[in-house]
Design a protein around this ligand. Structure first.
Ligand code: SAM
Length: 277
């Protein structure tokens, strides 16, 4: 079993934020992140009957899709509210509260581990990758998604750009002490350090388009269903909120599609395997 996760203010900030967002996530930001669920499950070459661990499972969107493929699914998340939401939405599946950096499972218990948009929320993402390695059986597969590098992450560019241009960049957000994971080279380093062979590892940028009704719709989804962008948007002074919204609307203009928007999103997809025993 793993050592307990190390206390860190980054974890406390994330934990409070996800407890708050738990009931809203699936219907808000989860409608964006779920565009990448099929690629995540392909990354572990999911087969019926596979024992799959969904780390940072949130309300169980990935878990539910994996179960629909016939997998034997367990979900784990450090937010009790998320675990309750996952169980409510997927009553036939098993969910546990636990930290990605100290998984409450024994060695080699799973055929596959997935981490959908979780790594960048962990203070020490390398520890979570090492834990995935530990709980995988020899030959078992890991896949993860995390947001693309800043230059490819249009949503982040538009929202952060609008706040910088028209709002108050004010509230400082905690920085992950274990480093950022929004570059392929950083992900490759963490996988190698955990013991995943480079020859088994694939890292690529994958893209999708999601429908967004309006700038207000995007902002409402970010406020209700995220932690970092939510904190930034909620901290805007009332007298600047209108200008920030207008700047977001201008940033979204190139993606207009009839009455709504066809919005580009991009993620890093990582997949790898533990060496056969
Ligand atoms: C963006 S949501 C992703 C949810 C789900 N994987 C999906 O793709 O829809 C991030 C999730 O990571 C969880 N999380 C953040 N830090 C964690 C940690 N240290 N250990 C376990 N779960 C964590 C949050 O509670 C939240 O449910």
């Amino acid at each position: 079993m793993a050592h307990p996760a190390q206390d860190h203010p980054y974890r406390d900030f994330e934990h409070a934020g996800w407890q708050r967002a738990a009931t809203a996530y699936a219907e808000t930001f989860g409608t964006i992140s779920s565009a990448f669920v099929p690629a995540l499950l392909q990354g572990v070459d999911l087969r019926a009957g596979a024992r799959l661990l969904d780390v940072a499972c949130g309300p169980g969107l990935v878990s539910g899709a994996a179960a629909a493929h016939g997998a034997d699914v367990t979900g784990v998340d450090f937010s009790a509210n998320m675990v309750a939401e996952a169980a409510r939405r997927n009553p036939a599946l098993a969910f546990r509260q636990g930290d990605a950096e100290a998984l409450p499972f024994g060695d080699a218990e799973f055929d596959a581990v997935v981490i959908g948009f979780g790594l960048h929320h962990f203070p020490f993402p390398g520890r979570a990758i090492a834990e995935a390695w530990r709980v995988l059986r020899p030959g078992g597969r890991l896949a993860f998604t995390t947001w693309a590098p800043p230059e490819a992450h249009v949503m982040h560019q538009i929202v952060v750009g609008a706040v910088r241009a028209a709002g108050d960049a004010g509230a400082a957000l905690p920085v992950a002490p274990g480093g950022a994971v929004n570059q392929i080279t950083a992900c490759a380093g963490l996988l190698a350090a955990a013991g995943f062979a480079a020859a088994a590892t694939r890292l690529s940028i994958i893209k999708a388009h999601v429908p967004i009704a309006s700038a207000r719709h995007l902002v409402d989804m970010l406020v209700a269903g995220t932690v970092r962008l939510s904190t930034t948007l909620r901290s805007q002074p009332a007298d600047k909120a209108g200008a920030v919204m207008a700047a977001i609307e201008r940033g979204m203009a190139p993606y207009r599609d009839g009455d709504a928007y066809r919005f580009p999103v991009a993620a890093i997809l990582g997949s790898t395997a533990k060496a056969p025993g």
